[in-house]
Write a protein of this length. Structure first.
Length: 498
């Protein structure tokens, strides 16, 4: 049928105070007249605190429920400290004589001076007390009181049991760890009144960075083990050794299914890493991770932790599951491709990914050394991973078509529940066994070995466990005259070479 669009995918590998001050003025219902002599003023001042600070409280009427606190350096008497003379009733004939204004003025001046004198004494006493408590601003020096530093003992490379310490592992393996800089070819786009053209000027620009491990020396070359996702988009590479020397590198190959890639440099005599069998790794053993988090500015940074889990299935970006070593050592962008070492200084994994979400911390993953070494050896030998099976078709996911929902509903009625992972065949390679079967473009694979294609992972999982020459049973659905017919075919798998 031609109801499908033509977009191809390759089955080969892709499968979240207030301060309110209410100021209320008290209404005075009567006025009070009070007189104090200078001596009485002095007595009031002497009752102040050592800090010469007096706090007065304004009390409000019954209708006003708040009371404001005020600071006053020269307080006025209130109802608690007002001194009254005996009341005198005057008659017209016996009014008191007016006092001499000059005398009154002198008395006021004398009182003010007395108050100021007392204030000065109190302040001086306060300063003296502070000084006696050692809070003065004077600086004392003592040229004979000096702190020195001494040579520290060198960090031990081995513990009491003879095993390497973290420092010991670092000293032994650091020269086997490298940084990788990735470049891609720059593309310029010219636009003239809506007409554009793309020009490649051959300029290489830096597009990424990662880490690697020196894994093998052969025929005048040194091979570097890293992640496929570090180098897969690059067109030029540089390798930076631990001593900061740089070398141009050549792409040997990469495998997206295992996320392993290999580079080479024309340099020998370097420190090649040692690899351990990852299936002998023990839960809880101490490990160290070395890489370049954030790029070459942090070349060969070390983090330490423990093995948190073994054979943890982690899905790759292309749908395949890889059983990884889970660790709690810090893994950050740029660490990808770096080595995971045991306490004997052997590589047990290649650091590949991290769950970088706020709910997760300390969850890093490494591709086991058994998988990494086998993949790298095959890439070096033949340029691809030997022994990997495929169907030999290109396909497109059913969900990419506009009528996908209707087809999925129809398949549900036929017993293929939620077959949203159905693969629509686009093309069949000449070496595929399906060439000899009654298979046509736009036929749909709705099940494999009896398992409904709820996702394309169903197929990729089967292929990952199979070898070339193995047989699989495919359930094919074909639309004809607005009806869906299904039938089964047996297919012999062929080898994938890229």
């Amino acid at each position: 049928m031609n109801e499908f669009e033509n977009k191809e995918e390759n089955i080969c590998e892709n499968p979240q105070n207030e301060n309110a001050e209410e100021k209320t003025n008290s209404e005075n219902t009567q006025q009070q007249a009070a007189q104090q002599s200078p001596a009485e003023n002095a007595a009031v001042e002497n009752s102040d605190t050592e800090s010469n600070t007096t706090y007065h409280y304004s009390y409000t009427s019954a209708n006003n429920q708040s009371a404001n606190t005020y600071y006053n350096a020269n307080p006025q008497p209130n109802k608690y400290n007002t001194y009254h003379s005996e009341p005198v009733v005057h008659t017209e004939a016996s009014k008191p004589k007016k006092k001499n204004k000059t005398a009154i003025t002198l008395i006021i001046i004398f009182g003010v001076c007395a108050v100021l004198a007392i204030v000065g004494l109190v302040v001086a006493a306060s300063i003296g007390e502070n000084n006696s408590n050692g809070s003065n601003n004077s600086v004392t020096t003592d040229q004979s009181a000096q702190v020195g530093t001494e040579d520290q003992e060198e960090a031990p490379e081995k513990n009491a049991s003879g095993d390497l310490t973290v420092a010991g592992v670092a000293k032994n393996v650091m020269d086997s760890c490298v940084g990788i800089t990735v470049y891609t070819q720059a593309t310029n786009y010219s636009n003239f009144y809506g007409y554009g053209s793309q020009n490649n000027n051959g300029e290489q620009v830096q597009s990424g960075a990662g880490s690697g491990v020196l894994m093998l020396e052969s025929n005048g070359k040194t091979y570097i083990l890293t992640n496929a996702h570090v180098i897969s988009e690059g067109s030029k590479f540089k390798v930076t050794l631990n001593d900061k020397s740089e070398y141009d590198a050549t792409l040997v190959g990469y495998d997206s299914q295992t996320d392993i890639g290999v580079l080479s440099i024309n340099k020998t005599g370097l420190k090649i890493a040692k690899f351990a069998k990852s299936d002998q790794t023990v839960l809880g053993e101490q490990v160290i991770a070395i890489g370049c988090p954030g790029g070459l500015d942090f070349l060969n940074s070390l983090s330490s932790g423990y093995v948190s889990a073994l054979a943890r299935p982690i899905q790759s970006t292309i749908g395949y599951n890889t059983e990884c070593i889970q660790i709690d050592a810090s893994i950050n962008p740029g660490n990808s491709g770096g080595g995971l070492f045991n306490m004997q200084g052997q590589v047990i994994g290649i650091n590949s990914s991290k769950i970088a979400a706020t709910e997760y911390e300390g969850m890093g993953f490494a591709i086991p050394s058994n998988t990494a070494v086998a993949t790298a050896n095959s890439l070096i030998k033949v340029g691809y991973v030997e022994g990997r099976a495929k169907l030999g078709i290109t396909y497109k996911s059913l969900t990419s078509y506009s009528n996908a929902s209707a087809i999925v509903n129809a398949l549900n009625q036929l017993g293929f529940e939620n077959a949203s992972g159905t693969m629509v065949i686009n093309d069949i390679s000449n070496d595929s066994d399906l060439v000899t079967k009654d298979i046509q473009p736009y036929d749909m694979i709705v099940a494999v070995n009896g398992d409904t294609m709820v996702s394309t992972d169903v197929m990729t999982s089967v292929l990952a466990k199979s070898k070339p020459g193995d047989k699989v049973k495919l359930t094919i659905a074909r639309i004809k005259n607005n009806q869906i017919d299904t039938f089964e075919v047996e297919c012999t798998l062929i080898e994938s070479k890229g």
